[in-house]
Design a protein around this ligand. Sequence first.
Ligand SMILES: Cc1ncc(COP(=O)(O)O)c(C=O)c1O
Length: 449
Amino acid sequence: MGKNTEKMDYPRLVTELPGPAAKAVLAKDNRFISPSYTRSYPLVIKKGQGVVVTDIDGNRFLDFTSGIAVCNTGHSHPKVVEAITDQAHKFLHMSGTDFYYSAQSELAEKLVSLAPENDDWRVFYSNSGAESVEAALKLVRYHTRRTRIISFFGAFHGRTMGAMSLSASKSIHEKGFAPLVPGITHVPYAYCYRCPYNLKYPACNAYCVDWIRDNLFKRAMPPEEVAAVFVEPIQGEGGYVIPPKRFHTKLKQLCEDFGILYVADEIQTGMGRTGKMFACEHFDIAPDIFTLAKGIASGLPLGAMLAKSEIMNWQPGSHASTFGGNPVSCRAALATIEVLENGLIENATTMGNYLKSSLNALAGQHRLIGDVRGIGLMVAIELVNDREKKTKAIEERNAAIFSAFKKGLLLLGCGENGIRFIPALTVSRADIDKAVSILDEALTEVEKG
Ligand SMILES: Cc1ncc(COP(=O)(O)O)c(C=O)c1O
């Protein structure tokens, strides 16, 4: 038992997994739900509170996924629930595309006050991450009247046609859907396996950005035709890849030199996840446009695309969405930001450092752990199969996540062989001790084979 965990009443497993009630849901799900979803284990949630998830059979789990980096304030935070309930009693929908209501403009004012550098931003609302990216893709073409776009190997921007075309983290996402949106070129990200100079951590000096300037722009891609670069400040689905600061500095300079817009996808990194409201702040970068979703409304569907005012110069009718900026979601977002600003962002830094040091200590005991990395509560380990850390332990990664589930800890993978740790920003030392001790048991089991 971890040093802080003596009084915890979770995780607590009372049936085999999946339990009988869960099995009934799984049977119906298997029959009626799209087979395109990617579930790693059979969790059927009934209730969530803070970092604790209770399943339909009464089993209690410690949640280190927060619904894929969404419930940053913890499951069903009372302040968020209160705002949602209050708004639900007033009105649920009136379409902000055609009418006005104060929650939309209040939230926009708040988001703009949090945006980096200048306060002359405007907000477009959507319902999801992919839709926010899609909106940014349309806007950069509209504003610049240029057609080409740069994005990165390892990137994930969503699954609609445009967002998918920008992505390059797993080819399965794109298989069967060609032709994709034309004009998008993928280039190496920092530490990329496609590094044009074959450099890896720690030798990486972000030469891949020089390569865009010195090779791509000279030989294949006229820079004056490039509308934008889409970039995740830290790659998420691609494997929690944290680039060196100079990667973003050089990239921003490149954009400025050629009048190219710098679009930061903060959908996974934003809303306090990394210990700052937006991850760009770690790199001292002020993007021209940035996209948000996931943690913005603690679980209600909402996305936002923020652009500097002179850039968001499209005409009425250019872009809109019936549900985007729904009043209930906007109220949930306002409450979310209030809660985040009330100590949770600092907690992400403190607990993130504690989590990383605990995982580093665990790495000394497990041959499978090849790397521990992260900023704030966006943390991952990489599982490898050899001392040189070259062979990715993909099956072992999947087995470790499944084993942790069987022991009451909810985790998710990232990249080919990573496990990510993205608990709510309310997480405590006791929760982290418990999670690390369960991971320890899971890895021991997998290592025994
Ligand atoms: C960086 C990033 N962008 C976009 C998306 C797509 O978001 P959504 O699933 O809400 O469409 C994701 C989802 O994981 C993401 O991590």
